[in-house]
Structures are given as structure tokens and as C-alpha cells.
Design a protein around this ligand. Structure first.
Ligand code: ADP
Ligand code: MG
Length: 437
């Protein structure tokens, strides 16, 4: 058996060499499959096989970003733009995206779609072991169905009033197309090639779905890059880690959290272990604050606002604003104009109260870190040489403190804006600036 396996492996290698030689002679570009670590190879190696990417796209569950090199005063500078990952369909069938789509939720909540990245690449009943689709169905006002009884799809109303099922890739492509357009407007030219970030490692079906979203948006996606690897690159870990050194990458965004242990092996970053929680993030922290404020309003004004959709949304936005302010201040005002039939509402929220309301959720983040550490099978926490925090929610001081304490007081590196780290790392890795290509 082993003998056969060896012969087969040798034959495969020979075939691969032959194909590569052929390709080199004929100038063909073969879409080689490579493991996550190869994402980190330097530019010259990559450009032999593939066209360079002009932009990097990070499709997030809450916010999505595009980055690339564009005209600056003296030289080309790195640009980036981010928009909310929301898509909505107006009554006349027009697609709205970003902030406009988010605003459309007030008028027609069923037509505003968000939080869909979790479903990318999922085959319902087959690969959705965690029941992500079912849990999302319970949480969102828009309709999720199953196309051909396998892939989740989103029901939207078309121009003629008919209901259409759109694949999650198609919804995502609306966001990607907008980011592409923003980059094109900035650069003053068309963009054709992109690198797209994807959760976990590249062979995951969600990575292929992210590529499809790019394709539908008219982009040739030359490769995907693993999100934790892109984040690690943005923080300069390739240069900082010693061989076989490890780092923890913790992402806490608006709706999802994931933790990875990344190692430097043979000069390339590899994912040693990865854990994901598809329903843990900033939205949950906002919700806790909203629930608390609903009670405050009941006590102070004797009114229950839970049946008033618009009031609830205004309260939710005010709570998110207060949450962000509490990342740098001890107190923040939760203020809403004309909340209760014209009366303004304002209540002071302390950082301490906010932390108390979210204590169990913050502990869940540390439990996620514990799980990924167990999976990585490192001998001790001391084998973690770097900690990278990504995602807007890691700006919360309590989360930073808990992570720091877990690793015995190691200083955190917070030089890169955590919600931009992934797209900036992906651009640094794979986007040509015309000056260095
Ligand atoms: P994702 O990458 O998952 O799409 P982001 O990294 O953009 O998400 O994070 C969005 C979340 O971060 C939102 O819940 C937002 O409220 C939260 N956030 C952004 N800035 C801050 C801040 N300064 N303090 C606390 N939370 C923040
Ligand atoms: Mg993000």
C-alpha cells in the first residue's frame, strides 16, 4: 500500500512539474492551489503565476472595506474606504447599499439585508453544523429561504412585485461592486483585479463564495487571503515573530468573533488553530444596553417602547454611539430627540455599568480564546509572542484588559485601526502599487 502511495505521489509530482514547465514555456496562468502560508510569500514569487491585484477587499459581516494604492501629493499612498455591509431593495427594485441601505430599514425592514456574510458558502443541512442559517432566520426581519433545498438564499421583491431568491453571493456582490466603484472613483480608472479576504483558510467553501461575490461584481479575484493572516501582516508579525513563534489573532466585530493562533513557519505565516463564534460581537453589546435602557425608560416615563420599531432603532443607534464613546470615556450620554411623543430622552451611562451589562458576553470571548489555545496544543501561554486585536469591538477597554490578563499582562499592540487591519494587511501583501510593481 505504502509503495503504491509513494509511486502515486511521485507520479503526481512529476505531472505537476511537467504542467508548470509547460505553463512557463507557454505563458499560461494556472490557478495553483496553495496553503494559507503561501499567501505570505513575497510579491515577485506571486507575480510569476498570477496577475497582480489592484485592490484588496475585506467583506465583513458588519462593515466592508477596500484598500489600494492611489495618487497622493508626492507619491502613491495607501487609500481605504469602508461601508456598512447592508444591501436593500427599494420598491422600484433599485438596489441600495451601505449607509443608504441601512437607513432604508426604517421604511421597510424586510427589504434591508445585513449580517449575511455568516452564510457565505454554507450549504444548508450539509455544512451548517452550527445552525447558523436557522439562528439568523430567528434574528433578522428579512426572509431567508433555501434554494434547491441546499444553499441559503435571501428573498427580495423585484420591480414587478414578484419575489426573487438571491444567493448570498449575489447580495454580497452588491457590496463588493460599491467598493469597486469607490476605488475606481478615487483612482480615476477602471479596476479589474482584486484580492478578497476570507475567513478561516482558503479551501473553505466560504472563500470560494467570497470569490464568486467578486466575480459577480465584475472583478477577477486573483486570490483570497485568510483574514487572520492579513491582520497579522498589518501588525508586522512577519518581521517580528521568530521562526516557530506564535501569535494570537482575536477578531471581535459587530456580529461575529473569531480567534486564531498564527505561527511563523519557514518564513511564512500559517494558521495553527482557528475558532469562530458566528453570533458574538458589538450588536450583542448594543442589545444589552438597549434592554437596560428600555427598563430605564419604563421606570422614568412609564412607557414601554418595545412595540415602536422606529423608537427602538433610534435607541439602538444611541446605545451604539454611547458604547463607542465609552471606549475612551468613563461616562456617555444615551440621548434621543423626541423619543416619547416629542419628549427628548437622555440618560448617563457609565463604563462600569456597560461592562456589568456585558460581563458574560466578554467572558465568552475569553472562552473562545481558551478554546483556540487548547486546539493549538501549545505547551503554555508563554509560547504566544504577539497578540493582535482586530475588529471594531476590540476597542472596548474591558475586552483588551481581559485578553491582556489572560496572557499574563503582555502589552497589546494597538497601532493599526482594528477595523481596518484586515484590508490593510491584504493590500500590503498582494496589491501592487504602480511604483513597486
Ligand atoms: P466586521 O469586521 O465584523 O464587519 P467591524 O470590525 O467593522 O466588524 O466592527 C464593527 C463593530 O465594532 C460594531 O459593533 C461597532 O459598534 C464596533 N465599534 C466600532 N468602533 C468602536 C469603538 N470605538 N468602541 C467599541 N466598539 C466599536
Ligand atoms: Mg472587518
Amino acid at each position: 500500500m505504502a509503495g503504491h502511495g509513494g509511486v502515486r505521489a511521485a507520479a503526481r509530482t512529476l505531472l505537476l512539474i511537467l504542467v508548470c514547465l509547460l505553463a512557463a514555456v507557454s505563458g499560461l496562468q494556472i490557478p495553483l492551489r496553495y496553503h494559507a502560508g503561501m499567501h505570505t510569500n513575497s510579491t515577485p514569487d506571486r507575480s510569476r503565476y498570477r496577475p497582480g491585484a489592484e485592490i484588496a477587499i475585506d467583506l465583513g459581516n458588519t462593515n466592508s472595506c477596500v484598500a489600494g494604492y492611489g495618487p497622493g501629493k508626492m507619491e502613491e499612498t495607501l487609500f481605504r474606504f469602508c461601508i456598512p455591509s447592508w444591501v436593500a431593495f427599494a420598491d422600484d427594485g433599485t438596489a441600495l447599499v451601505g449607509e443608504a441601505a441601512k437607513n432604508h430599514a426604517d421604511a421597510d425592514p424586510e427589504a434591508a439585508i445585513f449580517g449575511f456574510k455568516r452564510m457565505l458558502g454554507l450549504r444548508r443541512n450539509h455544512e451548517d453544523e452550527e445552525g447558523v442559517v436557522q439562528r439568523l432566520i430567528e434574528r433578522v426581519p428579512y426572509r431567508i429561504g433555501a434554494k434547491n433545498f441546499v444553499s441559503p438564499s435571501v428573498q427580495v421583491k423585484a420591480k414587478d412585485g414578484a419575489v426573487r431568491n438571491l444567493d448570498v453571493e449575489e447580495i454580497a456582490s452588491v457590496v463588493v461592486a460599491e467598493l469597486k466603484k469607490m476605488a475606481e472613483d478615487h483612482l480615476g480608472r477602471k479596476v479589474g483585479h482584486a484580492v478578497v479576504t476570507a475567513p478561516q483558510h482558503f479551501s473553505d467553501p466560504s472563500a470560494w463564495a467570497a470569490m464568486d461575490a467578486g466575480k459577480i461584481a465584475g472583478l477577477d479575484v486573483v486570490r483570497t487571503v485568510s483574514e487572520p493572516i492579513a491582520a497579522a501582516v498589518a501588525y508586522g508579525l512577519r518581521g517580528k515573530l521568530r521562526e516557530d513563534g506564535n501569535a494570537l489573532v482575536l477578531h471581535v466585530g459587530g456580529g461575529t468573533a473569531d480567534a486564531s493562533v498564527v505561527s511563523l513557519m519557514d518564513d511564512a505565516l500559517e494558521i495553527l488553530a482557528h475558532r469562530n463564534d458566528p453570533f458574538l460581537g458589538g450588536d450583542d453589546f448594543d442589545q444589552r444596553t438597549v434592554d437596560y435602557m428600555v427598563e430605564v425608560i419604563k421606570t422614568a416615563h412609564g412607557k414601554d417602547i418595545t412595540e415602536d420599531r422606529v423608537a427602538l432603532r433610534n435607541l439602538s443607534m444611541a446605545c451604539e454611539r454611547a458604547k463607542k464613546a465609552l471606549s475612551t470615556q468613563d461616562h456617555a450620554q444615551v440621548s434621543i430627540e423626541s423619543l416619547l411623543g416629542g419628549t427628548d430622552f437622555s440618560h448617563s451611562l457609565s463604563r462600569q455599568k456597560f461592562e456589568e451589562l456585558n460581563e458574560d458576553l466578554f467572558n465568552k470571548i475569553i472562552a473562545l480564546v481558551e478554546r483556540v489555545m487548547a486546539e493549538a496544543e501549545l505547551e503554555s501561554k508563554n509560547e504566544i509572542d504577539g497578540i493582535v486585536l482586530v475588529g471594531g469591538s476590540t476597542m472596548i477597554p474591558k475586552i483588551q484588559r481581559l485578553v491582556k490578563d489572560y496572557f499574563g499582562g503582555n502589552e497589546l499592540d494597538m497601532r493599526v485601526k482594528p477595523d481596518e487591519a484586515v484590508v490593510l494587511g491584504a493590500a500590503a501583501l498582494h496589491v501592487h502599487s504602480s511604483e513597486n510593481s
